[in-house]
Write a protein that binds this ligand. Structure first.
Ligand SMILES: [Zn+2]
Length: 223
């Protein structure tokens, strides 16, 4: 190896190390099917790091001190949360009073975006809710972790019913209405110069409630 190769190799190593941010070791597992036993707060902190530094989405469920990675078909802007993968992670004797928290990341750094859950997220939550209510008698809520905070979302019974209706026409109609409305509201609210950031978020949440999507937003504390 001549000096040029040595130099090139060192640059490559340095670049790789630099790109390997974060340097903090994650506690949460991001291998599908793997379980991690840490608090909800600790898990959310790990997901914030993943949303900041990893440009692929992934998904987990959390309940009772346990995180299980349930994400499959991972891409830059989507992740599948299949009923069967979730079911495998929940014991048969789970208490019906337990709420299962679904989590997935929307990657992006804090200067680019804080993307809230969207229409495909509502549809997938509706399907998981219907299935897990029938199989394990538990309730499911959704959470999206971005670089700056956590969006928690749930659906009214009526919207859940319509999004999973056996009448395909109704299901399609409601899905597309909800999709149009979400993008319309997001576009109108998040670019409104008369509102500050908190007011934009609150206005979006209030408008989505009318559509049957119940949301909350919890910003991460600035480090
Ligand atoms: Zn999503």
């Amino acid at each position: 190896m001549n000096w040029k190769n040595i130099l090139l190799t060192s640059v490559l190593i340095a670049t790789t190390l630099y790109n390997c941010k974060p340097h903090t070791e994650l506690k949460i597992s991001n291998n599908t099917g793997k379980k991690t036993f840490i608090s909800q707060e600790e898990g959310e902190q790990d997901l914030q790091i993943l949303a900041q530094y990893k440009n692929k989405e992934d998904a987990w469920i959390y309940f009772d001190g346990m995180w299980a990675d349930i994400g499959t078909n991972i891409t830059n802007n989507s992740v599948s949360k299949s009923n069967s993968t979730i079911l495998n992670a929940i014991p048969e004797d789970v208490l019906s009073s337990i709420t299962i928290h679904e989590y997935h990341t929307h990657p992006g750094n804090e200067f680019i975006n804080n993307t809230p859950p969207g229409p495909s997220d509502y549809k997938s939550l509706a399907e998981n809710k219907k299935f897990l209510r029938a199989q394990r008698n538990v309730n499911v809520v959704g959470n999206v972790v971005t670089a700056t905070g956590v969006w928690t979302y749930d659906l009214t019974r009526h919207l859940t019913y319509k999004l999973t209706s056996p009448q395909e026409q109704l299901q399609k109609k409601v899905s597309s209405q909800l999709s149009e409305q979400t993008f319309y509201l997001a576009g109108r609210v998040f670019t409104n110069p008369d509102l500050n950031k908190e007011e934009q978020i609150q206005s979006f949440i209030d408008s989505m409630k009318v559509e049957g999507v119940l949301m909350q937003y919890k910003p991460f504390e600035k480090n």
